[in-house]
Design a protein. Sequence first.
Length: 75
Amino acid sequence: MFRLLADSGRAWLEVPLSEAKRVGLKISPYSRQSGKYLYLEQDIDAPAFLRLYADIRYEEGDNSWIRQLPRFRKT
């Protein structure tokens, strides 16, 4: 799970450094780092990370376990 943090002018996606390395993200100078976490800026780095992350996590095939879950029902 990732957190989106924002102030009045910008937003950053908090991502473990290990995940950014795992997906091969090239990081711009607009993102920040604190210890083991990166704060990926909203315009370039965060969307790039999410695209790479989605490509790696994508399940191929027609029989994903998610199809077995109950459908959402309005209460």
